[in-house]
Design a protein. Structure first.
Length: 383
């Protein structure tokens, strides 16, 4: 699906990670994918992350979900908003909103958060660390944006909402259904519902911080190191001042660290697995009935499409020769030949049909079976 009046090359050159962009009337025909009632229903589910934010005379109150169904009847007519994370995991029509943005790699995608606001509702001026496309779904919202922030930008005390202490808008627009505002990381923004029934879809991206990468990579290395892998100096020479740590010792110590950090192949495999871990790894998507080897043929024989679980994260790394490492939901599958082709197809498309010839390949059938049993892939239900 292609957006109206949107040139990917120009966007990447002039806006991505640089400056906001308003895309008016971006969808060929806009159809709000989930109703306010359905969203409220998701906020009552215990496994779904949601927040209800209300402002009264400058005081902000945040309630974390799951919310009791009765909570919505108690709310006033103004100044509150409901936010539901990862709605794309549960509602395929919401997951479809990501499709026009697939020119950005899978590994950068986070989720689609959906907000519903009563008149005047919003989360206040703040900045995020991530790129976001804010799609107006229903009703109207005024968006204001300001100058780029950094770690020294003064914030209001009270943490949760990470609101800015000062906010001077440099631009503002009123978005209507089907309009999109792209906001780069650290650009402050403030969205306020104008009138009732305001719904906004945030297609959000992610980028690891250096701190996360170092900490999580080191955690992994630590799991695989043993205690007799340590500094040694069988060639020790006498030194004039026993207090000196010699340049030679520093070189050797430094090498102990960098040898492990510099192993690009090990890092690539680790990163693929780490990055493809699901947003909510504790949620179990495995099917009740596990597929046995051999059963996959009959399941797919009549052209039944294979679907990627929208909650799953798929990406791959290409190696020399004809092999790829497929990463799905924290696992790594080494795939060659037809299985490698299948891995690339799954990463490129949310739904694929497997040709009868492909199904004859044992590695293909084995890969599908493993991914199905993990809940990363499903078969389209008939009807
Ligand atoms: C909202 O939808 O109200 C908040 C989205 C955001 O500011 O990131
Ligand atoms: Co934001």
């Amino acid at each position: 699906m292609q957006l109206h009046d949107f040139d990917i090359d120009v966007f990447l050159r002039d806006h991505w990670q640089k400056k906001p962009l308003l895309i008016k009337n971006a969808w060929p025909s806009w159809d709000n994918p989930i109703t306010p009632d359905e969203l409220a229903g998701l906020a009552c589910e215990p496994q779904i992350e949601s927040r209800l934010i209300a402002e009264t005379d400058g005081t902000w109150n945040v309630e974390n979900g799951p919310l009791p169904e009765t909570r919505f009847g108690e709310l006033g007519p103004k100044d509150w908003t409901l936010l539901v994370q990862a709605t794309d995991h549960y509602v395929p029509e919401v997951a479809a909103l990501i499709e026009p943005f697939r020119f950005i790699p899978n590994w950068r995608i986070d989720d689609v958060m959906v907000s519903y606001a009563a008149d005047g509702g919003g989360v206040g001026p703040h900045y995020d660390q991530y790129d976001v496309f804010l799609i107006q779904g229903l009703g109207k919202r005024r968006w204001q944006v300001g100058q780029i922030c950094n770690a020294d930008t003064p914030m209001l005390p009270g943490g949760d909402l990470r609101q800015l202490a000062e906010f001077e808008p440099t631009d503002e627009w009123i978005l209507e259904p089907g309009d999109i505002l792209y906001v780069p990381p650290r650009i402050p923004h403030n969205g306020t519902a104008i009138g009732n029934d305001c719904m906004t879809y945030s297609v959000g991206f992610r980028a690891p911080s250096r701190a996360e990468l170092i900490a999580d990579y080191c955690d992994d290395l630590l799991e695989h190191l043993d205690s007799d892998d340590r500094y040694g100096d069988p060639d020790l020479q006498p030194q004039s001042n026993p207090g000196e740590i010699s340049a030679q010792a520093i070189d050797r110590l430094h090498a102990i660290l960098t040898e492990k950090m510099n192993d690009r192949e090990y890092f690539a495999r680790w990163f693929g697995q780490y990055n493809s871990t699901r947003k909510y790894p504790d949620m179990d998507w495995a099917p009740e009935k596990q597929l046995q080897p051999g059963e996959v043929h009959s399941m797919l024989a009549n052209g039944t499409p294979l679907l990627r679980n929208p909650a799953s994260r798929f990406s791959f790394i290409r190696h020399d020769g004809n092999s790829v490492s497929l990463f799905a939901d924290g696992d790594c599958y080494t795939c060659t030949d037809e299985a490698g082709y299948l891995a690339e197809q799954i990463c490129a498309h949310g739904a694929i049909t497997i040709s009868p010839e492909m199904l004859e390949s044992d590695p293909v059938a084995a890969l599908i079976t493993k991914l199905y049993n993990k809940g990363s892939l499903a078969f389209e239900q008939p009807g």
